[in-house]
Structures are given as C-alpha cells and as structure tokens.
Design a protein around this ligand. Structure first.
Ligand SMILES: [Cu+2]
Length: 478
C-alpha cells in the first residue's frame, strides 16, 4: 500500500513536470525533462529495449486522480478519533468553540482554493497535453499575461485574506476579553466609600467571575481559588485537578514558579504560557459536565510530557459541595491502625518537609497539598490514573462519551501510591537495579535543592511494610 501510494505520487509529479515543460521553450534542460517524462509516462521505447517502468496512458491518468481521491478516503476519520480526550475538534465551551470555528473557516477556504487551483491544473494538463506531431507546431510566443486575469487574481487573494481576517480578529477579541482582575473588598472600600447602607460593594464583589490562580511547577500544576479561601497560604490548595462549575466564566491567572509552562485544556480553551515573572491570563468556560484532560504545552524539562492535569466540570451545586469539602481538614486516624503508623512515617521520612496535610502537618509547601489526595482521580501530574480502567472503558462505551468518569478505585489508588512513593531509585528489581521511574527527574525523588556541596540526594529507602502503611495513611485523606 505504502509503495503503491509512493508510485502514484511519482506519476502525478511526472505528469505535472511534463505538462509544464512541454510548452516551454526548447532549451536543453526542458528537452531533457520532457524526454524523461515522456519516456516514463508513455513508454516510447523501441520494442527491443527494456523500459524501466511500464505505465500506460490510462494508468497515468488514473494516477492523476487517484492521489487526491486516496487522500480524501484516508482523511475520513471516525467520530471516535475526533473526540479523543485531548481533541481540539470536539469543543465543549465557548472559547474552544470560537477557536474551532476559525480553524474550520480556514479549512473550508483552503479546500475551495485546493479544488479551484487543482481543477484548473487538471484541466490544463488534459486540454493542452502534447499530442503526437505537436513537436512540429510552432511554440506560442511568451506574453505578459492578461491584465484582467492578473487583477482578478490579486483581488481574489485579498478577498480570501479578508475572508479569514474577519473571523480571526473577532475570535481574538472574544478570546482576549478576559474578565477583569479581582478587586479586593478592602481596596474597593478605599476607592469608593459606599453611601450609607448601600450594598453596592458587596454586589460588585458578588458579580465578579470565578477566579483561579494556576501555578506551574516542574512538573505539576497547583490551583488556588483566592475568592473561596482555597490557597496555598491558607493550606488549602488544589494540585493537579482543576475543578470548575459548569456554564460559568472563569478567569485564570497564570503564574510560574520555575520555568515556562503552558496551560491548555484542548476541549475547553487554550493555550497560554505561564512565564516566570510575568502575569498572563485567559478565560475559560465549560458548558458540559465532565472529566477533561489538560496538558502543559511548552517543553519544560525531563517530565514535561508527564505534566498532565485534569479538569473536572461540575454542576454549580456540586461545585459548592466540593469547595466545602476542600476546606475541611483531614480526619484524625484511629490509634494503633496501619494508618497511624503511616502517619508517623510521614513525619519521620521527611514527607512533611514538602507536603501539607491540613489538620495533621502544616509545614510543607514545596510539593502538592495532600489533605485530599485520596479524593483525586489521579496522582503525580495526573499521570497515574486512580480509577478502575476497565470500568472506565465500559462506562465510556456505554455513554458514548469520553468525558464521563467513574469514581476513584481504592485498590488502584493504593497501588499507585505505593508505586509512586517507592519509585525512582528507591525500589529495586531482582538484579538490584533501580526500577523504572514513574516520572523521570521529578522533584520529589530527585530533590537537588540542598545538594550544593555534593551532599547525597534525599532519597529514601522503604520496606514493603512501610510503603503499605504510608499508603494506608494517605488513603484516609479524602
Ligand atoms: Cu510544563
């Protein structure tokens, strides 16, 4: 199949070369090309000689049409292929929709141009092809073209640019129409002293859009909801899973703590960079409840490709419940249980240095907040999936919707926790070699901040029992 397609391309090109060359002046390269093309296409070989290719006229004509036809057939992708989880061709919010529309406008215009130019070419090739005896007819003098055609072509080019410019510009303005940044109540009060008893300020604050700070780190995202009190400073930030209410415009403030990252949820909106020392922003809105995938879209180091995140779109009432749950501290663990032993290990094995567990430990700021780690559908930059994948696939098939999602599966989550905590050089295979990294270079297992004077990296060794207890402890953090 591949070879055949290749041959068709060769024939197609030869036809074009021959068509364009045969009406040119009789210069040496022209003659040579013409001879070559003629030889291959029309096999003008004496019967005794063995020609390199044997293509009849008919086959060459079929070739001319077969290539675009084949391309059309190959391009006919299934619906399933277009709705995969990071498809930009399946928009689920107004911003993504506008971007999709611009794309499709361009596609239609390009298709029209393709068939117009291609059609003219095919017409010219057939209508003006060289016929036997043509060589004796005089070659037409070269002229300077037809002014009407030239003006027409220029006008058509400008026309198609304008055709593209109008939707493009309006889409840019729409996408760029980010709701204003939050004005803290205190500042509002200072600027506009309210008239006695007027509820104006509260109303202004209430009418603000939902605002989320996205902080990019190597290689995960931290989400903070300053209006709702879910911030890192308040020891309640949300790593790796962006949760937003359905049908509500959300202003996203993009910040980076290390290198340049890029925030992108293909089905909802994208993509804008997170630059160190610069305040970028965008707005998004999702119109359908579901479980979406996002991705860092700017190369940012070792684990860039593993820097996924998830976006959970909930009904507004569910969202309010979620916010309330996120503000809860972790429940106490039963004394004497495996979880209690895990909690001790969490303090003893330096986990506390980097992780916050609201209500239990409060020092760690460097890594993801673990207060609700067991309620999230993924671990480690959304790389490890905490759901039962068989059930998930069955649900997707049943609902015909890749955004539907099953809940967290306890056994899968536990296996993932053990895999993650024990990975990256801390666990070994039968030959004593470190097992494969879950996320190469990640900042938990390769923490080099204190490694200035050649100190050993802070790698931890765990027994299977310790890993089990740690996982049991983390499983209580819902
Ligand atoms: Cu990144």
């Amino acid at each position: 199949m591949g070879i055949k397609l290749h041959k068709l391309f060769i024939i197609n090109n030869l036809i074009i070369i021959r068509a364009s060359v045969c009406r040119e002046k009789e210069t040496l390269p022209c003659l040579r090309w013409r001879g070559l093309a003629n030889d291959i296409l029309f096999t003008k070989f004496p019967a005794s000689e063995n020609p390199p290719f044997m293509f009849s006229r008919i086959i060459s004509r079929v070739g001319l049409f077969a290539v675009p036809l084949l391309a059309l057939v190959l391009a006919g992708c299934s619906k399933a292929a277009l709705t995969v989880r990071q498809s930009t061709l399946d928009p689920k919010g107004p911003v993504a929709q506008v971007q999709y529309d611009v794309f499709m406008d361009t596609v239609w215009l390009v298709l029209v141009l393709f068939f117009l130019v291609g059609g003219l070419l095919v017409y010219a090739v057939i209508r003006f092809r060289a016929r036997p005896g043509d060589d004796t007819t005089p070659i037409v003098e070269e002229g300077h073209g037809n002014p009407l055609v030239e003006i027409g072509l220029i006008t058509a080019s400008i026309g198609s640019l304008v055709f593209i410019a109008i939707p493009t510009l309006s889409a840019i303005w729409y996408t760029d129409d980010v709701p204003v940044e939050r004005v803290p109540k205190s500042k509002l009060a200072a600027w506009y002293a309210p008239a006695a008893g007027a509820p104006a300020l509260d109303k202004a604050v209430a009418e603000q859009v939902l605002e989320i700070d996205v902080i990019g780190k190597q290689w995960w995202f931290r989400f903070e909801y300053p209006q709702l009190g879910l911030t890192n400073d308040a020891k309640h930030s949300v790593p790796n899973e962006l949760v937003i209410p359905k049908g509500v415009a959300v202003r996203i403030n993009l910040r980076s703590e290390d290198v340049i990252h890029s925030f992108w949820i293909p089905k909802i909106a994208g993509k804008v960079d997170l630059m160190p020392g610069r305040k970028n922003h965008l707005w998004i809105q999702a119109d359908q409840v579901g479980h979406y995938y996002g991705q860092c879209a700017e190369f940012c180091g070792d684990s860039h490709a593993y820097m996924l995140f998830r976006c959970e779109v909930l009904e507004p009432a569910e969202f309010a419940k979620w916010v309330a749950a996120q503000k809860q501290d972790a429940a106490p663990v039963p004394a004497g249980s495996k979880a209690a032993r895990g909690k001790e290990l969490f303090a003893a094995k330096s986990c506390v240095m980097c992780h916050n567990v609201g209500g239990h430990f409060g020092a760690g700021m460097f890594g993801p907040d673990l207060t609700h780690v067991a309620s999230r559908k993924s671990l480690a930059g959304a790389w490890l999936d905490n759901r039962d994948l068989q059930k998930q696939r069955a649900l997707e098939q049943q609902t015909q919707n890749t955004e539907s999602s099953v809940e967290v599966d306890r056994a899968t989550l536990k296996a993932n926790l053990i895999k993650w905590i024990g990975s990256s050089g801390t666990s070994h295979d039968a030959n004593g070699k470190p097992t494969k990294d879950v996320k190469p270079g990640n900042r938990m297992h390769y923490y080099k901040m204190f490694n200035v004077a050649g100190l050993r990296e802070t790698k931890q060794e765990f027994t299977a029992e310790e890993l089990d207890c740690l996982a049991e402890y983390l499983l209580t953090l819902k």
